[in-house]
Ligand binder design. Structure first.
Ligand SMILES: Cc1cc2nc3c(=O)[nH]c(=O)nc-3n(C[C@H](O)[C@H](O)[C@H](O)COP(=O)(O)OP(=O)(O)OC[C@H]3O[C@@H](n4cnc5c(N)ncnc54)[C@H](O)[C@@H]3O)c2cc1C
Length: 412
C-alpha cells in the first residue's frame, strides 16, 4: 500500500478530490499513508466521510476520483479506492476514535432509513453532539449496501464494522420499524427537534410492455433486497438493464445455478452505467450480453415462456447528451425464456411517500429546497429518496450536507 501511495504526485490542484462526490481530501490522506501515519489519514477522511470502508470497495472510482487522477493520463491511476478502504479497515480494526463536539447537545433528531444517506447524516449530527435515533424497517442498518449489493462485492463484516463505528458515536438504532406501517411521520414530529427522511428509492421501475404481469417476471431491486429467488437451476433468465442492479442480479442469478443468463441492454457496452470491470467479471462467470437489443414483449400462458426482442442502432440526436437507441425495423426475434428480471431503474415507494403528506417531484421523489428541507418545516430529506445520483457516495454527500443544514436549523 505504501508503494501505491508513493505513486501519488500530490497535485496542487487536487483533481481527484474534485472528482469525489464527498470531496474527500485524497492527496492529504495519501500523504499520511506515505508517512505511515494511518490514524491521521483516518482523521483527514472522517472530516468528510464515515463510509470509507464501503466507498473504497463499491464506488465507481473510474468515473469519479480515479477518473481524474493525473497519473492515469500516461499510466495507471492511483488506486484511491484500495487506499481508502486500507485506511478505514485499519482504523475500524484498531478502533480509532472519531472526534466529537458538543454544539448540538440536548437536540434530538430522528432519521428514517439507515442506508448510506441516513447513516452519514446520523454520524455527522452525532459528531456535533445531537442525540440521533435511526428508524429502520429492516433488521439491520446499511440500506442497499447490505440489502442489495451482493456479498461477493461487499463483505458483510465490512458493513457490520462501519455501522458499529457509527453507533459508537452515540447513535441509537430502532430496527424493524417501518414508516407507514409501525408509525407515521406525525408520530415523530412532537418527539424530535428535526427529522431526516432517507428511506431510499428501491422499488423496481416497470417498462410497461405486454406480458410484464406474467408469473416469472421480477424486479431486480426486490430480488436482491429480499433474497427470495425462484429456483433457477437449468433455466434461462433475461435481465433487462445496464446498471448496478442489472449486473448484481445477473451475477447472483448465474451463481444460483441458472443455465443461461442474458443481460439485454439497449445501448452499447461503452454506454453501460455499470463499471467495465463488472461486465468483465460477469462475462467470466458465464453471463451473456446482448448489447443494442431491447425487449418489447413477454409471452406465455400463465408464466414466462418466450420474449420478443428487437435490435437497436445508436443515433446522435440534437439536444441529447447521450447517443439515443433507435429500433431497427424488422429486426425482431424470439428467445425461449423462463424468467425476466427488470433492472431498468428504481423509484421511491409511492404509498409511503404519499402517507407523509409531503410535496413530491414529477418523478415521485420527495421535494426539498436548497437546504434539504421538505415542504414541512423541520423535516429534511436526502439520498435516493430525493433523486440524487444513485450512488453510495452521492447519497452520503446529501446526508452530510443535510446534517449541516439541520445543525443550522437547530441552532437558529
Ligand atoms: C443492487 C444495487 C447495487 C448497487 N451498487 C452500487 C455500487 O456498486 N456503487 C454505488 O456507489 N452505488 C450502488 N448502488 C446505489 C446505492 O446503493 C444507492 O444509491 C444508495 O444505497 C442510496 O442510499 P440511501 O441511503 O439514499 O438509500 P438506501 O440505501 O436505499 O437506504 C434506505 C434505507 O431505508 C430503509 N427503509 C425503506 N423504507 C422504509 C420505511 N418505510 N421505514 C423505515 N425504513 C425504511 C431501507 O430498508 C434502507 O435501509 C446500488 C444500488 C442497487 C439497488
Amino acid at each position: 500500500m505504501i508503494e501505491e501511495a508513493n505513486r501519488c504526485l500530490n497535485c496542487k490542484t487536487k483533481p481527484c478530490q474534485k472528482g469525489c462526490p464527498l470531496e474527500n481530501d485524497i492527496p492529504g490522506f495519501i500523504k499520511q499513508v506515505k508517512e505511515e501515519n494511518l490514524e491521521e489519514a483516518f482523521n483527514i477522511l472522517t472530516n468528510t466521510t464515515v463510509l470509507g470502508a464501503i466507498c473504497g470497495r463499491v464506488c465507481p472510482h473510474l468515473k469519479q476520483c480515479m477518473g481524474n487522477c493525473v497519473r492515469g493520463i500516461k499510466s495507471e491511476p492511483i488506486n484511491i479506492g484500495k487506499l481508502e478502504s486500507y485506511v478505514f479497515d485499519n482504523a475500524l480494526e484498531q478502533n480509532f476514535e472519531i472526534e466529537k463536539t458538543s454544539q448540538l447537545q440536548g437536540k434530538k433528531v430522528a432519521v428514517i432509513g439507515g442506508g448510506p444517506s441516513g447513516l452519514t447524516c446520523s454520524a455527522f449530527l452525532s459528531k456535533k453532539g445531537a442525540k440521533v435515533t435511526i428508524y429502520e424497517k429492516q433488521p439491520k442498518l446499511g440500506g442497499i449496501t447490505r440489502y442489495g449489493i451482493p456479498d461477493f462485492r461487499l463483505p458483510r463484516d465490512i458493513i457490520d464494522r462501519t455501522v458499529e463505528k457509527i453507533l459508537s458515536l452515540g447513535v441509537e438504532e430502532k430496527c424493524n420499524q417501518e414508516l407507514g406501517r409501525d408509525y407515521e411521520l406525525s408520530d415523530l414530529e412532537d418527539k424530535y427537534d428535526a427529522i431526516y427522511l432517507s428511506f431510499g428509492a428501491n422499488i423496481s421501475a416497470k417498462m410497461n410492455i405486454p406480458g410484464e404481469d406474467l408469473d416469472g417476471v421480477y424486479g431486480g431491486n426486490e430480488l436482491l433486497e429480499t433474497g427470495r429467488h425462484p429456483n433457477y437451476e437449468g433455466k434461462s433468465v433475461a435481465v433487462i438493464g445496464g446498471g448496478n442492479v442489472a449486473m448484481d442480479s445477473a451475477r447472483t442469478i448465474k451463481r444460483l445455478g441458472a443455465k443461461n443468463v442474458y443481460v439485454i441492454y439497449r445501448r452499447a457496452r461503452e454506454q453501460m452505467p455499470a463499471e467495465d470491470y463488472e461486465v468483465e467479471e460477469a462475462i467470466k462467470e458465464g453471463v451473456e450480453f446482448l448489447f443494442q437489443n431491447n425487449i418489447i414483449k413477454i409471452m406465455g400462458n400463465d408464466k414466462v415462456e418466450k420474449i420478443e426482442c428487437i435490435k437497436t442502432e445508436l443515433v446522435q440526436k440534437e439536444g441529447e447528451k447521450r447517443l439515443v437507441p433507435v429500433v431497427i425495423e424488422n429486426s425482431n426475434y424470439i428467445l425461449d425464456m423462463d424468467f425476466v428480471v427488470m433492472a431498468v431503474g428504481s423509484k421511491a415507494n409511492k404509498e409511503v411517500v404519499e402517507k407523509t403528506g409531503l410535496e413530491t417531484t414529477e418523478y415521485g421523489n420527495i421535494k426539498v429546497d436548497e437546504k434539504y428541507m421538505t415542504s414541512k418545516k423541520g423535516v429534511f430529506a436526502g439520498g435516493d429518496l430525493i433523486g440524487t445520483k444513485a450512488t453510495v457516495a452521492w447519497a452520503a454527500r446529501s446526508g452530510r450536507n443535510a446534517s449541516e443544514e439541520i445543525a443550522k436549523y437547530l441552532l437558529d
